[in-house]
Design a protein around this ligand. Sequence first.
Ligand code: PMP
Length: 361
Amino acid sequence: MKGRVFNFAAGPSMLADEVLDELYEEFYNYQNTGMAVMEMSHRGKDYLKIFEEAKQRLYRVMEIPQEYEVFFMHGGATGQFAAVALNLLKGDKADYILTGNFSKKAAMEAMKYGQVHIAYDGKDNGYRHIPKQEELSFDEDSKYVHLCSNNTIFGTQWKTYPDVKGKILVGDLSSDILSRKIDVSRFGLIYAGAQKNIGIAGISVVIIRKDLIETPMAITPDILSYELMAKHDSMLNTPPTYPIYVLGKVLKWIEESGGLEAIESRNREKAKILYDYLDTQSFYKPHAEKDSRSLMNVTFTTPNEDLDKKFVSEAAERGLVSLKGHRLVGGLRASIYNAMPKEAVKKLVEFMDGFAKENAL
Ligand code: PMP
């Protein structure tokens, strides 16, 4: 489509052209129903079909075992920071692994509803590092271990998940869900905001082992209760109808692109192009340690802040937008989620190389 740019934003971020095309085609009159999806009753048969299809596609694409329930909830991933603690922690103790800003926020939220034991904190190394098994110390009495799979701001990612010694593993997969094949059965609970790899803002996905769904703390708002979500199949109230529909479209696109294996190998290729370049030059400094690098968010800096700013604006002139790093790290960040095409990553590297030569100090 004319005038579209390559959007390297960390989220909300790009959707695949194929997804946007279908949304556009069905916008005014969804499959001859005479209405747009966002005008439909969430209890009507046309919408219920959209809802059920989206849910079933998620089970298929992620190979979610039948012992797991899927919820579509409001409140983003931040809502889940509280929901996890209200439903699972309930005044007891849990381990939190701090590998960045969002895992810290999740821990701070949990502290309102129980005790938090910090199993690892990467603050002192600037959150460049994903801990090895021997760096983690779990509390004997903790009920679950919480981790953030991909650290959107710092650009680090767990390559394999740690052994949590029989405890329940809870994962925030907001910025890498559907980017690679994972074994869902390693987790008791997975949650993710949709606006990076599964769709658009306004919805979070929760995948929970059914035996963990129990009565939450008495103070829990109904809207955050997993028990009520299960009882009402995510329709305790009006769900985020359009984001659920978009989620279904994104999953359809993933299936048509060859499923998660194909998506993962494409993501690896894209990240390799960027990291290989970063490793062969000295102008840019990558933020993350090599073996902790994210396939989704590539973080780096130029020699100084003025050059960072110049980089962002000159890249934008070439249709490569939203490359500014998060304010906590500064510098630059290229988010290369599923929908980012390989040609865009190559274009970015070409630009980076030219910029480095022109601005070498
Ligand atoms: N966790 C991670 C890993 C994130 O990247 C984000 C948002 N960027 C959040 C949690 C918070 O998500 P939300 O804005 O949907 O509440």
